[in-house]
Design a protein around this ligand. Sequence first.
Ligand code: MRU
Length: 343
Amino acid sequence: MPQELRAVEWTGESLALIDQTLLPQRTETLDVRDVDTLVDAIQRLVVRGAPAIGAAGAYGVALALIEGERAGWSRDEIRAAVARVRAARPTAVNLMVCVDRVMTRFDEGLDAVLEEAAAVQREDVEANRAMGAFGADWLLELVGEDRPLRILTHCNTGALATAGWGTALGVIRELHARGRLEVVYADETRPLLQGSRLTAWELVQEGIPHYVQADGAAAGTILRGEVDAAIVGADRIAANGDTANKVGTVGVALACADAGIPFLVAAPTTTVDLATKTGDDIHIELRGEAEVLEWGGVRTAPAESRGHNPAFDVTPGRLVTGLATERGVLEVSAGQLPGDHLK
Ligand code: MRU
């Protein structure tokens, strides 16, 4: 097995981010030494995926302290810089949760902040490993067949999107490791191609058989009976199980419901936001029009057209068959998530 990828790595004095805008053509690392560069990197999707931006945000507190020291900032100015990191993208709750967690050690100084950020990163990998095993057990029992499974996934939820291993892709890797995976249908994931650029790249590294398909092919592939289950990640899960994830996910969930196959969400408990009651309360990031009106910097839509570019959509909890976390698999379709399990 290839050495485990680290999308986010503290070097001792800076934050090394694999530049995910360049993959798979180039594997380059961006060396981040100040808050402005980190905020820009999160917004440009150099680092992306809810748990990975959570980890980057956690180390962002350390960067703010180091930069503040260098530039002679006051404590309030450092806090304001941390607030900018926390607000860099609005939908994935992991960013806020991880920054807030590390900020509880802010007054103890840099070493304590770095210790907490490292714990965030370590615990995310442990959570992913655990949810991978729980998700695979649950799925194999539910599908109840001995043959290897055909799994559809949307967006990228692997090592690149997390501190390591992956969430939905972690379940897929676990199925592969158990010899229970036939093939993955990886939706290309318009408009920034996290599926065809990043998921496919990770699947190649793992030697996992896969097809890349257009997002518009997903429902047909499912309804033709070519898929046993869909597994996706999440950016924020409301208390009633409504799940925000990459735009296009809700169409996959609807097709799974119609076909009567499982739709599994895999996410750490840090993605569950019990303070958000329903999906209606989730802030969906609207990104720039150029991402849908242009291709590779060249205008493809008519000059008169306007672009609509929500980065995420919300899948109603009733369409989610199961939620795999590091603590087990919850059956979601019944409604309210059990707060005790998630605290
Ligand atoms: O815009 P992105 O690439 O950050 O969106 C990522 C997703 O929607 C992922 O599915 C989600 O963050 C889970 S990653 C483990």
